[in-house]
Each structure stands twice: as structure tokens, then as C-alpha cells.
Design a binder for this molecule. Structure first.
Ligand code: PLP
Length: 469
């Protein structure tokens, strides 16, 4: 399998070439040259596989430059009961008839990002060792992504993580999760500023090309193809659990922000998995819901980006969305370049032609949005009726899912985080505190390892210099 850019550069690259890269040189995102079609016999055979076996089968279709035995070893080391809490890895939990949650957040940081990031940690360590190279990952986080990256990379050879977070602004639980890591290759830098200051520092350091090259600076952001690919697996796993035969269709509802999770659903559907609808759910930051209702994609400025109680979906610009639009446009790289390279950059958005927009239906997408009041009501209702405590992001997904259910078609709502991460809103909805899983009880009291730095890229660069020597 080879990979090409969404913006017209058709240079073909191998999986290992793009694994450690961010954007393609022309500014586009990498996609495989095609999506392998899964025939009925293969789908039937996959039904009986464990999660790790299934992951190996799917990854093998997209990765042909890592020997099969090695890939199997990496996948087996990733998807274990010890890391994800159950033998099924992503079990379904029934709610009302026809509706179930798929648990994607039983990994070490209690959010679905672990599903992909844990694999990425193993892949990075493997590839860096093979090349005899080192990588210093620099990132900014307000919570979820940073901790998922740190738990994936801790103790991995050849990788160091330098993670910037706004000093004193994360929840005590999130701080404890990150700062209690004692691994020598993990560096927490608490920036005296807000999240935007952290991001500005990452940008400044990454734009210093000489520094970037000398210190092997890389990222683990959500546009990484390997992350997306890892997420394709749980759509198959969810489908097999919700159905008895491959003649049945299902719907998936996906709490969405950067369009990474649901884009994996689009890939699974393109491979022939019988998904009827991909139900995209947003919070008050409804850029994507607006697109799927109107055909207009309008990026928001920071003044128009709301801080909500489902903060991991507070995005103004969906970084993976270009991948879907490229497919929607029949893989026309020039048109994708015109929309994302020109119109988004210059006018902050675009409107599809009526002909282009008419194609969306064929891709199975429907959408809706949710508000703080909806989240509270959904959390309360789900707790009262089923005794199930759900987090704020999952509540957005469930709220929108309920508006799109059809009798006879199972609706699988992806559970993207556990309620323990968002205690404040759970307390507001239910008047009780969500209990963290047993393994994480008391982490707030562990010794913390972090360095406070001013919002100054030069200071961060010097810190990296002294800690990579
Ligand atoms: C990242 C995240 C999302 C959004 O996922 P995307 O892939 O960015 O669409 C939703 N819920 C939670 C809890 C997250 O951490």
C-alpha cells in the first residue's frame, strides 16, 4: 500500500515513510491510494477474531513495509486486557432497546485517544530503532491529547516527550495523570499562560527549522494516518458485537471535534463494513454539523469558539476533515487544494457546489448538535433509566444519536471518555461525584514531576537543548 497527498502531489510513499511525518510537503494530508474492499468471506472470518487479531488483519492491508511477525508482535503488545481493562477491549453496553455504547475509554487515560496512541507508541519505538534515530515530541495540551501521548510514549526507547500545558488550568485529575509520571523520557512543562500561549510556543519552535532539524522535533497530532488507521479497527469490532450476520447494517454515532474518529468510520464504511449512517455529533461548536446540513464549511475564530463542558470537542477547524472532502470530491487533488489550500486559508471557508453537496448522502453522514442543557439532561436521564454514568462528550453523541434512530438498525454510540475526567459537570447533572477506576484512585496525592516555565519559546528551546544532550 502506498500513500498520497490530498492536495494533488501523487508521489507514492510507504507507511513507514509517513509514520513519523505530519503534513505532506504540499500541505495536504496523507491517504492510502485506495481503500481495500473486504469481501463477504473475509468479513465472516473476521467475526471470530480477538481484537488484536482483527487489528493485525486490518493494519496488514495498509502496512506492507513492516514484516508481518513484527507487526503482529506490536499489535499483540498494544491491545491487551492489562492495558484496556477487558478481553473484548471495546465491549458494548446496552442502553434502551436498539442503542448501545461502545466503550473506547478504558485505556490508561480514560479517553478514546488511547486506542490509537498506545499503538503509535509501539510503532514509533519500532521504527526509530530500525532507523537508529531519535525523536523529540513537542506538543501543547489542555488535557486529553497530551496525557494520551505521554502514557503511550513513557519508557519507549528513542522517544522523548516535551508537553506544554497551561500552568494551574487543567483539572486536578488531569494534572495528576500527567505530572505523576516518573519516566525519564517524559517532560511536563507548565507554562505560565493559557492554552493558546502553549500552542504559540509549539508553533514558534517548529518554525525554527534549524532547531527543529538539529533536535529532531516531531509531533503526534490527530492528522497522523497511523492514529486514524488504528481507529478503523473498533468500528469492525463494534459491528461484529452488535450483529449476528453480515447482512445486517448498523449506525454509529460519533462525538466529533477534529473529525479523526468519524473519519476512521468513513474509512471502515469505504472498505465495505455495512454501516448505514455515520451520525456526527458536535457540541455548541457546530462547524461540522453546519457543513453536513448546508454544504458550507466555515472555520470559526477564537471569539466564536466556545468553551463548553465537552471541551475535547471545542474546535473551530477540523484538522482531519480534508481527508473526507477529498474522497467526496472523487479524489480531485486540485479541487481539494482550491478549497483547503486557498479558500480556507484566504476566506476562512467554502461552500460546495450543489452537485458536490448532493454526493454527501452517498457517504452515509447525518449530523446534529448538542448544548450544555442537552448534556445535563442526557447524563441525568441515562443515569436514572439505566444506572449508567456517561461523560459529557458521550452525552453529546447519545443526544444526537437518539434523534437519528431507526427501529431494526442497531445504533452504536462511541463512548469517548469516562465521567471521572469531567467531574464538575457530572456533579452539576447528578449531584454526585463520579468515581475514578480503582487503579487511578488517589493519584492526586502522588508526587508530581513538572517544570514551570514562562510563556517564552526561547526558554522552552533551552530546556529541550539541556534535556536532549
Ligand atoms: C478528542 C476527543 C473527541 C473528538 O474526537 P475527534 O477525533 O477530534 O473528532 C471527542 N471526545 C473526547 C473525549 C475526545 O478526547
Amino acid at each position: 500500500m502506498k500513500y498520497i497527498s490530498t492536495r494533488g502531489d501523487r508521489t507514492e510513499r510507504g507507511f513507514s515513510d509517513i509514520l513519523l511525518e505530519g503534513l505532506a510537503p504540499d500541505g495536504g494530508l496523507y491517504l492510502p491510494t485506495h481503500y481495500p474492499k473486504i469481501d463477504a468471506a473475509t468479513l465472516q472470518r473476521w467475526r471470530g477474531l480477538t481484537y488484536a487479531q482483527l487489528a493485525f488483519e486490518i493494519l496488514s492491508l495498509y502496512i506492507d513495509d513492516i514484516p508481518a511477525a513484527d507487526l503482529r508482535r506490536l499489535v499483540d503488545a498494544t491491545y491487551t486486557e492489562a492495558v484496556f481493562g477487558t478481553p473484548q477491549i471495546t465491549p458494548l453496553k446496552p442502553l434502551e432497546p436498539g442503542v448501545q455504547l461502545q466503550a473506547l475509554s478504558n485505556g490508561p487515560t480514560l479517553a478514546f485517544k488511547d486506542m490509537a496512541m498506545q499503538l503509535l507508541g509501539h510503532l514509533f519505538e519500532y521504527e526509530l530503532a530500525r532507523r537508529g534515530e531519535q525523536l523529540n515530541i513537542l506538543g501543547a495540551t489542555s488535557g486529553d491529547t497530551g496525557s494520551a501521548a505521554e502514557y503511550a510514549m513513557r519508557g519507549k526507547r528513542g522517544v522523548r516527550v516535551f508537553m506544554l500545558s497551561p500552568h494551574g488550568r487543567m483539572s486536578p485529575f488531569q494534572q495528576a495523570q500527567m505530572f505523576s509520571l516518573q519516566d525519564a523520557n517524559i517532560h511536563n512543562l507548565a507554562v505560565e499562560g493559557v492554552f493558546d500561549d502553549c500552542q504559540d510556543i509549539v508553533k514558534a519552535v517548529s518554525n525554527d527549522l534549524d532547531f527543529k532539524r538539529r533536535h529532531k522535533i516531531g509531533t503526534v497530532n490527530s492528522i497522523n494516518w497511523a492514529r486514524l488507521l488504528a481507529q478503523v479497527v473498533y468500528y469492525f469490532a463494534g459491528y461484529f458485537q452488535a450483529t449476528r450476520s453480515n447482512d445486517e447494517q448498523v449506525d454509529f454515532a460519533v462525538p466529533s471535534g477534529n473529525f479523526g474518529n468519524i473519519c476512521a468510520g468513513h474509512v471502515a464504511r469505504s472498505m465495505g463494513l455495512p454501516i448505514r449512517h455515520l451520525v456526527l455529533a458536535t457540541n455548541e461548536n457546530n462547524v461540522l454539523d453546519e457543513f453536513f446540513r448546508t454544504g458550507t464549511y466555515r472555520v470559526r475564530g477564537s471569539a466564536e469558539t466556545f468553551e463548553t463542558s465537552s471541551p475535547s470537542m471545542d474546535i473551530s477547524k477540523a484538522s482531519n476533515f480534508e481527508r473526507f472532502v477529498y474522497d467526496l470530491l472523487g479524489r480531485d487533488g486540485a479541487r481539494t487544494q482550491a478549497l483547503f489550500g486557498d479558500a480556507v486559508a484566504r476566506q476562512g471557508g467554502f461552500t460546495l457546489t450543489p452537485d458536490e453537496f448532493a454526493r454527501v448522502a452517498g457517504f452515509g453522514f447525518v449530523s446534529g448538535s448538542s448544548s450544555h442543557a442537552d448534556r445535563l439532561a442526557t447524563i441525568r436521564d441515562t443515569f436514572q433509566r439505566f444506572g449508567a454514568m456517561i461523560d459529557t462528550h458521550t452525552a453529546d453523541g447519545l443526544k444526537v444519536a437518539r434523534a437519528h434512530c431507526t427501529p431494526g438498525v442497531p445504533m452504536i454510540v462511541l463512548e469517548t471518555a469516562l465521567p471521572a475526567k469531567f467531574a464538575e459537570t457530572i456533579r452539576e447533572a447528578l449531584g454526585v461525584d463520579p468515581a475514578p477506576p480503582a487503579a487511578l484512585r488517589g493519584i492526586e496525592d502522588l508526587p508530581k514531576r513538572f517544570t514551570v516555565v514562562p510563556p517564552d519559546a526561547g526558554v522552552v528551546q533551552r530546556y529541550i537543548e539541556t534535556h536532549t544532550a
